[in-house]
Write a protein that binds this ligand. Structure first.
Ligand code: HEM
Length: 288
């Protein structure tokens, strides 16, 4: 017999999360960056940007997971061999950004906000960590697989998954079966109605953090194409050692991704240098 539940509040946490995030999932699919991606309109530049953000996000998420792996509110969901993405993303970073990727990868403002939230949850409200793990890992095992195929084709990548390790789960034979197991484990978590409500809200927040990130990346890409002529800037040349050359917003001392106007305007740099030399000579002559 079917369980009697109010239509708006499924009993199982897995069902409740799916239901509650339906609308925000649709929003995520429909942000311009994602809409373009689904149409195969993704550039190497855009792909590198999003992958670098994912690297930072998974480092933070998995750091907090390790920290809470024995916490009863997370322990049943601890599947490092099957799910954890940090090592895969490190391979992808080396592929896309070359051997010095650790200092070269961008760290955008929206990525930093996401990372801050993950650390706050991990340290202060570990009972909400399930919401972030659910949003990322089940997403990667679902729509993520479609995005992998699109990227492979659009970016003309080798079929051996180089540069796409993030999307490959070698220790999961069937994504469908694993997702079933994961949902079953989520449903074993014991939580009060109050905590459950906060978990659901946190999952929506997690989606919104992803949406904000896509919006930011889209703005950076649009700004980038209007601000510069591709392939002639020092930024591009700096990455010639990389397997996959493309420009990315540079890191500023505050860590925000911004387009460095001087590095993109060689003419401006020359004019400023020339003015400085002329001024120095003039001061020298005046002193004589
Ligand atoms: C172009 C963008 C996207 C596409 C095409 C897409 C597609 C899908 C598809 C086909 C499913 C499987 C639905 C089902 O099994 O019933 C799914 C599930 C899921 N997606 Fe996405 N998705 C996208 C973006 C995202 C984003 C940005 C996130 C969050 C970061 C996300 C998180 C999830 C989650 C958590 C699930 C599992 C839902 C559940 O079974 O409870 N998706 N997605």
């Amino acid at each position: 017999m079917e369980r009697q539940q109010p239509a708006s509040m499924p009993q199982d946490l897995s069902e409740a999360l799916k239901e509650a995030t339906k609308e925000v999932h649709m929003q995520a699919e429909n942000v311009e960056f994602m809409k373009n991606f689904q149409k195969g309109q993704v550039t190497r530049e855009g792909f590198k940007l999003v992958m670098a953000s994912l690297y930072h996000i998974y480092v933070a998420l998995e750091e907090e997971i390790e920290h809470n792996k024995e916490h009863p509110d997370y322990a049943p969901l601890y599947f490092p061999e099957e799910l954890h993405r940090r090592a895969a993303l490190e391979q992808d970073m080396a592929f896309w950004y070359g051997p010095h990727w650790q200092k070269d990868i961008p760290y955008t403002g929206a990525t930093q906000s996401y990372v801050r939230r993950l650390h706050k949850v991990g340290r202060m409200e570990p009972e909400l960590l399930v919401a972030h793990a659910y949003t990322r890992y089940l997403g990667d095992l679902s729509g993520g697989q479609l995005l992998k195929k699109i990227a492979q084709k659009a970016l003309d990548l080798p079929s051996n998954d180089e540069g796409l390790a993030f999307f490959t789960f070698p220790n999961i034979a069937s994504a469908t079966k694993f997702k079933q197991l994961y949902r079953a484990r989520m449903n074993t978590l014991e939580m009060s109605p109050e905590v459950r409500e906060r978990v659901i809200e946190e999952a929506k927040t997690a989606f919104l953090l992803n949406i904000k990130l896509f919006e930011e990346l889209q703005a950076l890409l649009t700004q980038d194409t209007t601000d510069q002529s591709p392939s002639t800037t020092p930024r591009h040349r700096r990455q010639e050692g990389s397997r996959a050359q493309e420009s990315t917003p540079s890191k500023t001392p505050r860590g925000k991704a911004q387009l460095n106007i001087l590095s993109q305007a060689p003419l401006l740099r020359w004019v400023l240098t020339l003015s400085f030399v002329v001024a120095t000579v003039a001061v020298g002559l005046y002193a004589i």
